[in-house]
Ligand binder design. Structure first.
Ligand code: 6PG
Length: 474
């Protein structure tokens, strides 16, 4: 076999990398693959079948296998491994070649890499890929950013392997620099928020009503069949409840430790939102609750020290409560997307990405973890008005949220009485109430800052900034 003229190369043959290679192979592209671990190279060899796939044993061999301009993609852990791959591959590349990072890199690292490689007249792409292992194999959502010229070289391949919704591929150029990785980071922030909202509904149903896994499965399946709530995360939640543990044959969910891990992309979203001064409270509270869950031992200890309701004091009837809960979940989801989109809008301006929000919503409709029926309406909202500052200002969503807000209040009041934490739901409602408040008590905050630190304040009756010698004593 001729080992030259391959369309694209992949470095990093973990499950994601191998699955994406197989996906590319299925679509008729020729792909060479390399990993430092020989076992993984061999696994690719075993899995490649009739596809035009070339597993190789060195970076040099990998680059030599490619036609020009060479497309070298990597799927390796974020951070130092990405820089290591770039320095391994650089000596064999030439001007105009394209390096593609398909991992969850921090966007500031991607900016640095784009700039450094542009100096060498090399094209670098920071590409967000969502959909997990299955997505990589059968159609992910792809969020490319960086060199436009580089994107044009790889566009056909990405369009072929991406998920399709209404025959349209879930991939589009997001913008220059780190735009692609930024969009993926915000995707993950929304992912954290929706996961936390779902967890809170589970908490209320399990502890408040003592529902078993079959009943939970039924509720989530029904929600997933509703037009407003249909989403991948609700769908998998319904399936999780009825999965049995292979060994014990018990429901697996009840054997999993209640302490959640994270790789940090949700936290990055909150961090950058704070830097840009864009409120994303549902995402923040999702990060906070994951962090709190890790303090398992302290939680056991605190339980015996402080008192409060035991999670069982629910006065509403079950059916009525479930209906309200579905509405609260929808409300939380919409406000999470609203926060994420507002952050993207601000970041796009600040970092000069020129991100089109309707395009983002459109490529999130399929393949990715936060795919949901409501993304079609989110896409329309931004298509109808590309100046839209927030989904709460869109007529459709304003109406849908208004219709549900009193149910959200009932659910939260119930949770408070029962002593069940619903941080993400409360954050969503406070965001909604804060955003719709013509007046907020920030005048007092200004006064306090001026009182203790002479930080000055603005007035409603006169232009300018003011300072007052505040009375120290009554
Ligand atoms: C995706 C996922 C993917 C990964 C997350 C998990 O879109 O396919 O978001 O990127 O599963 O990084 O993130 P945590 O480990 O932080 O939960």
């Amino acid at each position: 076999m001729n080992n030259e003229g391959y369309d694209i190369a992949m470095i990093g043959l973990g499950t994601m990398g191998r699955n994406l290679v197989l996906n590319m192979g299925d679509k008729g592209f020729s792909v060479s693959g390399f990993d430092r671990e020989i076992d993984k190279v061999n696994m690719l060899k075993d899995e490649s079948g009739q596809r035009n796939i070339l597993p190789v044993r060195s970076v040099e061999e990998l680059v030599k296998s490619l036609k020009k301009p060479r497309l070298v993609m990597m799927l390796v852990p974020a951070g130092a491994p990405v820089d290591a791959v770039i320095s391994d591959v650089l000596p064999y590349l030439e001007k105009g070649d394209v390096i593609i990072d398909g991992g969850n890199s921090h966007f500031t690292d991607t900016d640095r890499r784009v700039t450094e490689l542009a100096k060498k007249e090399m094209n670098f792409l920071g590409v967000g890929i969502s959909g997990g292992e299955k997505g990589a194999r059968f159609g992910p959502s792809i969020m490319p950013g960086g060199s436009k010229e580089g994107y044009e070289s790889v566009r056909k391949i990405f369009e072929a392997v991406a998920a399709k919704v209404e025959d349209k591929p879930c991939v589009a150029y997001m913008g220059p620099g780190s735009a692609g990785h930024y969009v993926k980071m915000v995707h993950n922030g929304i992912e954290y928020a929706v996961i936390q909202l779902i967890a809170e509904t589970y908490h209320l149903l399990k502890q408040g009503f003592n529902l078993d896994e079959d009943e939970l499965h039924d509720i989530f399946s029904k929600w997933n069949s509703q037009k407003d709530l249909q989403s991948y995360l609700i769908e998998i939640t319904s399936r999780i409840f009825i999965q049995n543990d292979e060994q014990t044959k018990k429901r697996l969910i009840n054997l999993i430790k209640d302490s959640a891990k994270q790789k940090g992309t949700g936290k990055w979203t909150s961090q950058d939102a704070m830097d840009l001064q864009v409120p994303v409270p549902t995402i923040d509270s999702a990060v906070m609750m994951r962090d709190l869950s890790v303090y398992k031992n302290e939680r056991e200890e605190v339980k015996n020290k402080v008192s409060g309701p035991d999670g069982k004091n629910i006065k509403l009837g079950k059916d009525e409560f479930i209906k309200k809960l579905g509405n609260a979940l929808y409300f939380g989801m919409v406000t999470s997307y609203a926060q994420g989109m507002m952050l993207l809008k601000s970041a796009s301006k600040q970092y000069k990405y020129d991100i089109q929000l309707d395009t983002v919503a459109s490529i999130w409709r399929g393949g990715c973890i936060i795919r949901a029926g409501m993304l079609s309406q989110i896409c329309s909202a931004f298509k109808n008005n590309n100046e839209l500052n927030n989904l709460l200002l869109d007529d459709y969503f304003a109406q849908e949220l208004s219709r549900r807000q009193s149910d959200v209040r009932d659910v939260i009041k119930t949770a408070i009485d029962a002593g069940i934490p619903v941080a993400a739901m409360m954050a969503s409602l406070s965001y909604y109430d804060g955003y719709r408040s013509k007046w907020l008590p920030a005048n007092l905050i200004q006064a306090q800052r001026d009182y203790f630190g002479s930080h000055t304040y603005e007035r409603i009756d006169r232009e300018g900034v003011f300072h007052t010698q505040w009375n120290e004593e009554e």
